[in-house]
Design a binder for this molecule. Sequence first.
Ligand SMILES: [Zn+2]
Length: 338
Amino acid sequence: MIIDCHGHYTTTPPGVGSWREAQVAAVTADPTFVGLKGSLDVTDDEIRESIESAQLAFQQARGTDLTVFSPRASWMAHHIGNASTSLFWSQHQNELIRRVCDLFPDSFAPVCQLPQSPGTSIDASVCELERCVLEMDFIGCNVNPDPTGGMWTGPPLWDEYWTPLWEKMCELDVPGMIHVSVSTNENLFTTGSHYLGADTTAFMQALSSGFLERFPGLRLIIPHGGGAVPYHWGRLKGMAEDKGWDFDSLMDHIYFDTCVYHQRGIDLLLDVVPTENILFGSEMIGAVRGIDPDTGRYYDDTRYYIDNAETDDSTRRMIFSENALRVFPRLKVGGDRQ
Ligand SMILES: [Zn+2]
């Protein structure tokens, strides 16, 4: 059993983008625009076609079994418009993910985006998380630590602002993947410096504040291999010792995926990070879609790197499935699935 903890619906049918374009045009013309939620003009056949020709084809080619699937991260764009803009868009995106999982129940499990909106309360995100988990059987959420789109003018993760969300995640027993969206700051390239910088920033906010200790059981996944964290493990651990921060306790809460697109990067990740804190992920079809000329394989075929890492089968089992089943207790596999 191989569970990919990090996949986004990046190949959506055209009706999704056109709904969003109309919404963005309306709220650009009038920043107070609310409008109606309306409906997405997307058929089940279009969804089937968009999945079978893309994510499912890659799953099968790479021999992975199930993808934890969420809306396209770069499209969350929480900075656009107002609270209603983000709410309607997130609801549509989440309902679309539910449809994918209904059509392919053995291959995908749903994770939601949250209707975050800069300068507004986190309560809408709490409500949408509850709706997704309790009414639509979602198993986790993506949390954007910077809904301003690269400006970082909102409250850090340790701020009281986030408390209702952390409490609801604990209550529902769902983890969150820390995941930013598109950068509007021209200094930051979205899938490069912005994503990896945000991963590193979220880890540092957790380490320096110790806020996760206030939420026993809260689990956060730092994607993209943890940004700079594994590579700078010694620096961060050393800082923690100097400052009196509890580095080890953080490992009760923080997990890293394996979205690192070269063998030596994966080797380092597996060598440095405790095995129980690593979840298999590929983020295909995502930021890097080409083939590495040195290996002849897709850069994001991360299963290949894990298979080739110098480690044992029990370690691979933990990374491929056992850790994910622990972190996502609502994920049902095999005979447990509906
Ligand atoms: Zn992602």
